[in-house]
Write a protein that binds this ligand. Structure first.
Ligand code: HEM
Ligand code: NAG
Ligand code: NAG
Ligand code: NAG
Length: 325
């Protein structure tokens, strides 16, 4: 851990951690905090916000893409920027894993923010923190709620290609599978439903919802017909994009839940949250109350962003986000 980031309380914390080491390693965690870079890189948050807002003004979809990139980082071995590593002869990149390849985007935006931050404070701010803050700023830019992000995550020296294949949920998952996948990450049913509300933003490729609009019965027929125009039944147009929330695709709001209650979820995994199962009542609650949705979304995003962070000297601060130092 870089010694210049220590403050007096941290040294005390480290000493008590050392004493605790034999009995309980898990208590040895440095505190993450929203002011982690106040002294060492006071402009970091501003640089991230500016970079994110510029990227979104060039490409409106980027808000969605950054939120998803952060989710796909955190669900695979924690929020450690492992998703940002390029493949090398010794690293099999998560970006090449099935759920991410030709799908996840926004890597360049995080790299651009990192490059800018390195100019003023080299070697201080982690890519994992940049991605976490960028996701928050993206939600805000789309009109969603804001919150303070705890900082102090460090970056992995590895990628976890196989885990990306197993831990990221598939759009064909049934409700029990979704609940179990989120529970494995310490996230509740409410967290699952609230976080899925991120699908108020962004786009999805035809091949991922084709089966649903052609062959399922739990879909609004007019909605399915409209979607069929952009997504032919034959194996053409696989990559054609459709908004996950057809009503307000670029606004962070609770229309996603209203859609589900009308059988207008685009992915089968979306509709499975409102299909006569245990999460129906949560979907109705968020459809009625944007405030309840916003409050729960924020608390779930904070939980998501604090899955297995590399702290306390674990991991590194990468110089560039796409490679280990
Ligand atoms: C509950 C399980 C989830 C499943 C099965 C799922 C699946 C998917 C799929 C298949 C896509 C479209 C990818 C493509 O067409 O290339 C997508 C897009 C997206 N997902 Fe999820 N997702 C889930 C949860 C989440 C969560 C928790 C978040 C964030 C908190 C999230 C944020 C997004 C966003 C914003 C997009 C649009 C991305 C863009 O337009 O670039 N998803 N998701
Ligand atoms: C850290 O910086 C932020 C933003 O500049 C400021 O609002 C906050 O008061 C600072 N906190 C501390 C503890 O210095
Ligand atoms: C990633 O997607 C591209 C474009 O669809 C494809 O050509 C390539 O083979 C895929 N790579 C992997 C590792 O699946
Ligand atoms: C829908 O089901 C029919 C009959 O089983 C099948 O021929 C067709 O390929 C399916 N369509 C899609 C898009 O999966």
């Amino acid at each position: 851990m870089a010694s210049h980031i220590y403050t007096t309380p941290c040294i005390i914390a480290s000493l008590s951690c050392f004493l605790l080491l034999l009995s309980s390693f898990s208590q040895c965690q440095a505190q993450m905090s929203p002011t982690f870079y106040n002294k060492t890189c006071p402009n970091a948050l501003k640089i991230i916000r500016t970079t994110v807002n510029q990227a979104i003004s060039r490409d409106r979809r980027m808000a969605a893409s950054l939120v998803r990139l952060h989710f796909h980082d955190c669900f695979v071995q924690g929020c450690d920027a492992s998703i940002l590593l390029d493949s090398t002869p010794v690293i099999e990149g998560e970006k090449d894993a099935l759920p991410n390849n030709a799908s996840a985007r926004g890597y360049d935006v995080i790299e651009a923010a990192k490059r800018e931050i390195e100019k003023s404070c080299p070697g201080v701010v982690s890519c994992a923190d940049i991605l976490t803050v960028a996701a928050r700023d993206a939600v805000v830019s789309a009109g969603g709620p804001s919150w303070a992000v705890n900082l102090g995550r460090r970056d992995s020296t590895m990628a976890y290609h196989a885990k990306a294949g197993t831990d990221l949920p598939s759009p064909y998952s049934d409700l029990d599978t979704l609940i179990t996948a989120f529970a494995k990450k310490g996230l509740s049913k409410r967290d699952l439903v609230a976080l899925s509300g991120a699908h108020t933003l962004g786009q999805t490729q035809c091949f991922l919802f084709r089966y649903r609009i052609y062959n399922h019965t739990d879909v609004d027929p007019d909605f399915a017909n409209t979607r069929k125009r952009q997504c032919p039944e034959q194996q053409i147009g696989d990559k054609n994009l459709s908004p996950l929330d057809l009503v307000t695709p670029y606004v962070f709001d609770n229309n996603y839940y209203k859609n589900l209650m009308q059988k207008k979820g685009l992915l089968q995994s979306d509709q499975n949250l409102f299909n006569g199962g245990v999460t129906d009542s949560i979907v109705s609650e968020y459809a009625k109350s944007p405030e309840a949705f916003n409050t729960d979304f924020v608390s779930a995003m904070i939980k998501l962003s604090e899955i297995q962070p590399l702290i306390d000297g674990h991991g590194i601060i990468r110089k560039v986000c796409s490679a280990v130092n």
